[in-house]
Each structure stands twice: as structure tokens, then as C-alpha cells.
Design a binder for this molecule. Structure first.
Ligand code: AHR
Length: 537
């Protein structure tokens, strides 16, 4: 975006008013059915993902204890502060594709003595052209104990992904032992103590590989099912309920990926129905990609709708894979784990070493709102979801380079939506004129999700229209609002974004709203994400 355009958008953001409302005629409806609970929204549905990839770990999270950048034992303090603000429930690590190349033993012991290894992503053409550094040759200064420290500082649970492609089940057992064996009990418990933690880390979430149909081993589904059984049988649990997550389908909305889900479950059950008890969750990945030039900030209005339309595919993907799961799990014990999701633009990178990085805009903020609403609406089917990736990467919440740090538009949506965590998802029905785009494509005019927390009702709504506000009747079927507070992330320019020079260009606005009763009217700004928090009578 050009400077003049940027300045005008910033001024216009400041001018957006949430104050209603001489109530023009409604052209939309947002209806919350209080007597139709869907399920509880596990806080883990709003989780995150970090990988030794580009600038995520080195520079993003880890700056080192001797850095002039404010840090907590080597972890970037500004990041921790924001993660605490988000009430971050869970963080996944070390990959991604990197996980199936990673030997956890390289990342324990004295940092100065840890081996330097070639990073999995070294052959990526974009990284090849970047200067050498920890992004190419990993010094392993960020290992298991550093990741656990990061999680503890953030107040988040850890979710580790095992290496199925290039290590063995024995190595996996010993990683579990390093993490979870009682203080002083084994040589690996002593190694953990020497790394700073006498007490076990109590890791319960364990991914058995990553994208095992691709970078995680190039398996056929039935072959991976055998590996899953091997890796998950007789793992020492140290009194914990270990939650094993099977590597599931990836990326596209096509039938081949449902074939993976079916093939894996058939293979798993081939030895008997009890094997299903070992599967806590089935992972699935979906990146909604990019369109047009692939540039995160240079896009047309049609590109805007194309991307939002692709984000909306998550809804049918969750349903599709859930139905496939039901063919094998009649009791609905196994849930879906969407442990990678987000937009995948092709740049421009914020630093040549930060592979896959770009500056997100309002477009990516709306993708975030659409996706988190989808997860909330399907709360009964999902155990965990992890946005990919946390910092300096795809769909990033933060930009961090040296001593500069900026929360992106995506961060602000997560911050708004944290109010849903732990609530009871309620059925929300929305209706508004559909938006036509491309050749014969259409996108809904309003969508959202709702959750109940005692006497507080939280409703979030996305208006995807690039330029038109939507006036909606908000109807509470079976309840009445006493008061409300509204938070809106809205920018009149769809390209608006935060970056190092303008970290506050787009921020949500909060103000009390003069609404009450079982129904009222609300104007949803163009290209916006809105949260209504209502105290019920
Ligand atoms: O998030 C980037 C990569 O995308 C991950 O490493 C991989 O799992 C996926 O294909």
C-alpha cells in the first residue's frame, strides 16, 4: 500500500464510530438459539503452532539470555506478555515437517555443547538465497527445556510432535521419559534436572508424526496406521493420560484426503476395535492459500472475496472428516485436531531469512474471525486447533526482528475471541444478502458464533463485505440482554495492516453499547470482525 493510502486509512480507522444508531432498515439477521447448545468450546481450539522454520524460533521466540532485547531466560519478553494476554491454551512444537527430521537429543544438555544441524527447510529456494544463520544451520540452543519454559511463561500446555520418519519408537519412549519421568528417577530425569527442571513437564499431547502422507514419511495410510500402533503401544505414561494424535489429512478439500482418513482408520482397526482407544484425536491441516499475485498486501477486491471464500471451506472440511471418522467411531470418542491452519501468501518476506513470512492485513484478520467462528460452531467435533504459525511466518500473530516487535491484525482477532474460551457454544443462525464474486461464486453476508458463560453471552460476527455495512437484527431466542459492550476490528481500507513502523495502525475499538432486551439492531461495519459481550437479565 502507498503511504498516502496508508495515512488515509489510518485516519479513517480512527473515525470509525461504533455509536449507533438511528437504526436504518435491517438487511441482516443474527439469531442466537439459547436452548440449542452445541458443545463446550475447549480453550485448546484457540491454540498455536511453532516450528524451527525461518524466523519462528530464532529471532521470533528465542533471542538468547545475553541479548539486549528484553528477555526472560532467553525468550522474547514482549512475545510472552502478549501470549499471556491471549490466555494461550496450548502451543505445538517442533513441527510441521521439521518434526520428522528432528532428534530431540540434539536440544538437551549444555547449550554451548549442543550440535549444529542442517535445518529441514535448507533446500527451499527462498531460504537458499538468504544469508546463513540458525534458520539454515540450527544451533539447537532452543530445545525441549527451552520450549517448556516458553510454554510455562505463557501459561500454555505443550503439544509435542514425534519424529516418525527418521527416528524410532524407542527414541519416542525416551523423549516421553525425558519429559515426564519422576524427579530423580532415571538418567533422563537427571538430564532434565541439569537442563533446569527437576520436576517433570507433564506433557500429555503427543503428535505421532506430521503430514505422514508427505514430508512425514511418504506413507500410505495403512502403512502409517502400523507405525501409529507401534509408536503408541506400551509407552510409559508415568501416571498421565497420554493423548496421542494421529497424523491425518492435509490441505485440500478433495476426496483423496478423506481417503487418507478412511485408510488410516481401517488400518488402525485391523487389529481390533480396542486400538481406537489409543487415538485421542485425528489431525487435519488446511491452509486457505492465496490468490492473485500471492502478495499479502497487494490484492484486489476479488482476491479479497476469493480468500475469504476459501477460508469458509474449513466448515465443510470439518464436517466431511468428522463424518468419515464416525464410520469407524460410533461412540464419537475421537475428535478432530486442526493442528495447522491459516493463510499462505507468497510474501514479500519481512526478512529474507524468515521463510514463509509476510505482513498480514485486514484480509487475514477476517480469515481468522471466519475460522475461529467455524471452530466454535463445531465445538463438539474438535479437541484442539493450532494457528500456523505464531511469529514471523504464515498467518502470523506477531512480527519480530531484532528489537522490533508488532502484533498483527490476526493477534487482535485472537485477543477478541479469547472471550469464547471455555464457554458453551450455542447455535447461531445468520442471514444477509450473499456477496457475488469471481465467476458464479457467492459468499454469505454475515456469519459468526456464540457462547454462553454463566450470565454472559459472547457473540462474534464477521461482515465480509469490502465496502458495505450490514444492518442486522440481533435476536436472542430465550434470553434478554441487560447491557452490552462491543469490540470491533474495522478498517475502511481492506489493505490496512500493522507493521514495525505502524504497530498500532489497526487496533480494535471498545465501547459500551446502548442495547437491551431480547432483540436489537446493530450495524456491522464493512470488512469487520465484531464482538458483542452481553450481560443477560
Ligand atoms: O507450516 C508450514 C508447513 O506446512 C509445515 O511444516 C507442514 O506441516 C505444512 O505442510
Amino acid at each position: 500500500m502507498r503511504r498516502r493510502e496508508f495515512l488515509s486509512s489510518t485516519l479513517a480507522i480512527a473515525a470509525v464510530s461504533l455509536a449507533p444508531r438511528s437504526t436504518p432498515a435491517a438487511d441482516g439477521l443474527v439469531e442466537i438459539l439459547m436452548n440449542e447448545p452445541v458443545g463446550d468450546i475447549a480453550p485448546e481450539l484457540h491454540g498455536h503452532f511453532t516450528e524451527n522454520l525461518g524466523g519462528v524460533i530464532y529471532d521470533g521466540i528465542w533471542v538468547g539470555e545475553n541479548s539486549k532485547i528484553p528477555n526472560l531466560g532467553g525468550v522474547r519478553k514482549a512475545l510472552v506478555d502478549c501470549m499471556r494476554q491471549l490466555k494461550t491454551p496450548v502451543v505445538r512444537w517442533p513441527g510441521g515437517c521439521f518434526a520428522d527430521s528432528y532428534n530431540w537429543r540434539d536440544g538437551i544438555g549444555l547449550r554451548a555443547q549442543r550440535p549444529v544441524r542442517t535445518n529441514f527447510w535448507i533446500n527451499d529456494p527462498a531460504l537458499c538465497q538468504a544469508p546463513d544463520g540458525p534458520q539454515k544451520f540450527d544451533p539447537n540452543t532452543f530445545g525441549t527445556s527451552e520450549f517448556m519454559r516458553f510454554c510455562q511463561l505463557c501459561g500454555a500446555k505443550p503439544y509435542l510432535a514425534a519424529n516418525v520418519r527418521s527416528l524410532t519408537p524407542h527414541d519416542f519412549d525416551e523423549w516421553v521419559e525425558y519429559c515426564n519421568s519422576p524427579a530423580g528417577s532415571t538418567t533422563l530425569a537427571q538430564a532434565r534436572a541439569a537442563d533446569g527442571s527437576r520436576e517433570p513437564f507433564h506433557v500429555t499431547y503427543w503428535g505421532i508424526g506430521n503430514e505422514s502422507w508427505g514430508c512425514g514419511g511418504d506413507f500410505r495410510p495403512e502403512e502409517y496406521a502400523t507405525e501409529f500402533r507401534r509408536y503408541t503401544s506400551w509407552v510409559p505414561d508415568y501416571g498421565l493420560k497420554l493423548r496421542f494424535i494421529g497424523s491425518g489429512p492435509g490441505a485440500d478439500a478433495d476426496d483423496a484426503q478423506v481417503a487418507w482418513t478412511r485408510g488410516f482408520l481401517e488400518g488402525l482397526l485391523a487389529k481390533g476395535p480396542e486400538t481406537l482407544d489409543r487415538l485421542y484425536g485425528l489431525s487435519m491441516h488446511y491452509y486457505c492459500g492465496t490468490s492473485g499475485k500471492g502478495d499479502s498486501l497487494d490484492f484486489t477486491v476479488d482476491d479479497w472475496y476469493q480468500l475469504l471464500g476459501r477460508a469458509d471451506v474449513m466448515d465443510s472440511l470439518v464436517t466431511k472428516h468428522w463424518l468419515a471418522l464416525q464410520e469407524f467411531d460410533k461412540q464419537r470418542k475421537v475428535k478432530l485436531v486442526v493442528d495447522e491452519w491459516g493463510t499462505w501468501h507468497r510474501g514479500p518476506a519481512i526478512d529474507p531469512r524468515y521463510l514463509f513470512s509476510y505482513v498480514p492485513s485486514m484480509r487475514d484478520a477476517l480469515v481468522t474471525g471466519i475460522t475461529l467462528d467455524t471452530f466454535n460452531r463445531h465445538a463438539e467435533k474438535l479437541a484442539m486447533c493450532n494457528s500456523a504459525q505464531l511469529v514471523n511466518n504464515l498467518h502470523t500473530l506477531f512480527l519480530a526482528r531484532e528489537d522490533r516487535f508488532a502484533p498483527t491484525t490476526i493477534f487482535h482477532v485472537f485477543d477478541m475471541y479469547k472471550a469464547h474460551q471455555g464457554g458453551r457454544s450455542l447455535r447461531l443462525v445468520s442471514n444477509a444478502p450473499a456477496i457475488s464474486y469471481g465467476t458464479r461464486k457467492a459468499l454469505w453476508g454475515l456469519a459468526g458464533s456464540a457462547s454462553l458463560h454463566g450470565k454472559t453471552l459472547v457473540v462474534t460476527v464477521v461482515n465480509p463485505h469490502a465496502s458495505e455495512p450490514r444492518v442486522a437484527d440481533v435476536v436472542l431466542r430465550g434470553a434478554s440482554a441487560r447491557s452490552a459492550q462491543v469490540t470491533a476490528l474495522a478498517a475502511p481500507n481492506i489493505h490496512a495492516h500493522n507493521d514495525f513502523d505502524h504497530p498500532q495502525a489497526v487496533v480494535p475499538r471498545i465501547e459500551p453499547a446502548n442495547v437491551s432486551g431480547p432483540h436489537f439492531s446493530w450495524i456491522f461495519q464493512p470488512a469487520s470482525v465484531t464482538k458483542l459481550e452481553m450481560e443477560l437479565a
